[in-house]
Write a protein that binds this ligand. Structure first.
Ligand code: ATP
Length: 561
């Protein structure tokens, strides 16, 4: 009996650990190799404080959580500047460093021998010794962790995590502060892993570095991935299967020396079988999406509420940028006046997208300045410019493919209380009220572009033309005063071109200042009030689009005829 409860207890600790990793790996797409180190840090903190200083259990656990959260948040700082595989390398380095420290700082950690005799926890005068004693505590801890993770996963904050996972640049373009999100995410995830570590230390009353090795980190990644990333039930089932079953197998084999190899063999076979037959995990992220759809349909906000009334002026002076031997922008002066549609045209490679990148902060200029309504914004990061109302779309669309159409737009709505972790947990009413407003707005923007009936489907299932409309709705949800559209009418069916041009006219009507990069000259002729003609990074003409298109010299440059 006690053995069975022990198996359940172990599974519960790993559920907490797996859920903490899933936040980072599944929801925000960062492969952390350091979760065993966070687990270990929590375990050593709790062990040292209870053995060394005689702190009571609740205080130990709180300290384990705080210390690990703080370390994880610090780790996230450099992780902001690195991407993809570099996050793996960075967290791998931390994992190796922490493991090395556990092994070599013998005075503190006991080295290979570890720390025995960790005091048993006492809760309300009740001392926990046997596995059944621990069961209620671990069950409560796992349920609380699950609820915390679910609150995060289903929140506006969770949407930003997913958006970052899908496309970091597109998320920044919506005015999201990636640094704040990543640091708080690592703090929460690290804190939960620290809690699992604290519980683990008190449960076994003994720890040594071998429970916190790189193998453990890799094992955790396997549990989360096989269970189903970004699905909390997936992690729960994954822990049951991949922690519980091997623990049970330990019971079946009497020959102790064959236990480990047989367990590893079975585990390895399971891994291969899963990768072959169910790569998306046992319970994938969007299991049952068809049934859930996008939740209740909100009454769309009225068109008048969708746009800011004040249009803004965007100006640049002397913008220059060089890439190696190529001068992509050379002394560019331009101005977008309030309520105007202005196009940038020119042959391929003329520097149009580079200028958009310089205006929106995605590229730093070698020289020149950018002004929004007279304010110099050259030093601002892209997300800060987006928050001031300067918003862009991308040539390659960059919708968040594995998010629903509605979530793509919802995530862009600014000032949502639920994007702040503290508000999320301590001001639930404000969060719920904001969510209601955000949904109404999101449906309003979807209705505006004509995609409201697709709200519940994943963005990846839309056609390219529809994705361009979705990208427009998403950009509008940021409430731009100046919107820069990169090739909104290129590469799409004629039916979508008409709709897009109509929307651009309506945007101008609503008081938005619009900048366009567009190859489709018919489209430029149809909507633009003015145009700048670029060649080799320089503005060589500007004026009414009709005049520019008729100019034989420009036609020669453009078409090479
Ligand atoms: P297209 O119409 O084909 O999109 P464009 O007018 O938008 O072209 P840009 O994309 O701005 O032109 O490119 C201008 C020049 O700068 C090109 O020669 C391009 O190869 C170069 N360039 C742009 N971005 C970079 C970069 N990140 N690194 C190096 N070269 C770049």
């Amino acid at each position: 009996m006690e053995f069975w409860v022990h198996v359940i207890d172990t599974v519960l600790i790993f559920i907490i650990l797996g859920l903490s990793l899933n936040l980072v790996l599944g929801f925000s797409g960062l492969a952390s190799m350091a979760h065993a180190a966070f687990f270990g840090l929590g375990a050593y903190a709790a062990a040292l404080l209870s053995s060394g200083l005689g702190w009571p259990f609740p205080l130990n656990l709180a300290a384990a959580i705080l210390v690990t959260a703080a370390v994880a948040a610090i780790v996230a700082l450099p992780a902001l500047r690195v991407r993809g595989e570099y996050v793996i390398l960075l967290t791998l380095a931390l994992q190796m460093f922490a493991y090395g420290l556990m092994l070599s700082w013998v005075e503190l950690t006991g080295g290979r021998t570890g720390l025995p005799g960790i005091p048993r926890p006492v809760i309300f005068g009740w001392k926990l010794v046997t596995p059944p004693d621990f069961l209620p505590l671990l069950l409560v801890a796992a349920v609380v962790t699950f609820l915390i993770c679910r609150r995060i996963a289903d929140s506006p904050y969770g949407r930003v995590l997913k958006a970052l996972r899908e496309d970091e640049a597109a998320t920044v373009a919506l005015g999201k502060n990636v640094l704040a999100v990543r640091v708080s995410l690592f703090a929460v995830s690290g804190g939960l892993a620290g809690a699992a570590g604290g519980l683990f230390a008190h449960y076994y009353a003994f720890i040594n570095p071998f429970s916190f090795s790189l193998d453990q980190s890799i094992f955790l990644i396997a549990v989360v991935t096989l269970g189903g990333t970004a699905n909390l039930w997936g992690t729960t089932v994954g822990a049951l299967l991949f922690v519980g079953v091997p623990e049970l197998l330990r019971f079946l084999y009497l020959q102790q020396d064959i236990v480990a190899p047989v367990r590893n063999l079975i585990f390895g076979l399971l891994l291969v079988a899963f990768m072959r037959f169910r790569p998306q995990g046992i319970i994938p992220e969007y299991a049952g999406l068809e049934r859930r759809s996008a939740g209740p349909k909100a009454e769309p906000a009225a068109v008048g509420e969708l746009f800011r009334s004040a249009a803004r002026n965007l100006a640049a002076t002397g913008l220059s940028r060089r890439f190696g031997g190529i001068q992509a922008a050379r002394q560019v002066d331009l101005e977008l006046r309030p309520g105007e549609v202005v196009a940038l045209v020119g042959p391929n490679g003329a520097g149009k997208t580079t200028i958009f990148n310089l205006l929106t902060g995605f590229l730093r200029p070698d020289a020149g300045r950018v002004y929004l309504d007279g304010e110099d914004i050259t030093h601002l990061a892209p997300w800060q410019r987006a928050r001031r109302g300067l918003v862009r779309t991308f040539q390659d669309v960059r919708v968040f493919q594995r998010m629903t159409v509605l979530d793509n737009v919802l995530v862009a709505v600014p000032n949502q209380a639920g994007e702040n972790l503290l508000s999320l947990f301590f001001r639930p009413r404000r969060v719920a009220a904001d969510e209601k407003i955000a949904r109404a707005l999101a449906f309003g923007y979807l209705e505006f572009v004509g995609l409201a009936d697709r709200a519940g489907v994943l963005a990846e299932s839309l056609s390219f033309g529809e994705q361009k409309l979705l990208a427009l709705a998403r950009a509008l949800a940021v409430r731009p005063t100046v919107i820069l559209l990169d090739e909104p009418a290129s590469g799409i069916d004629p039916q979508w071109v008409g709709r897009m041009l109509d929307l651009i006219r309506r945007l101008r009507g609503a008081g938005c200042t619009v900048g366009l990069v567009e190859h489709n000259l018919e489209a430029v002729r149809a909507v633009a009030d003015r145009a700048y003609f670029l060649e080799a990074g320089q503005v060589i003409a500007s004026g009414h689009p009709e005049e520019l298109i008729r100019d034989r010299r420009l036609a020669e440059i453009y078409f090479g005829v």
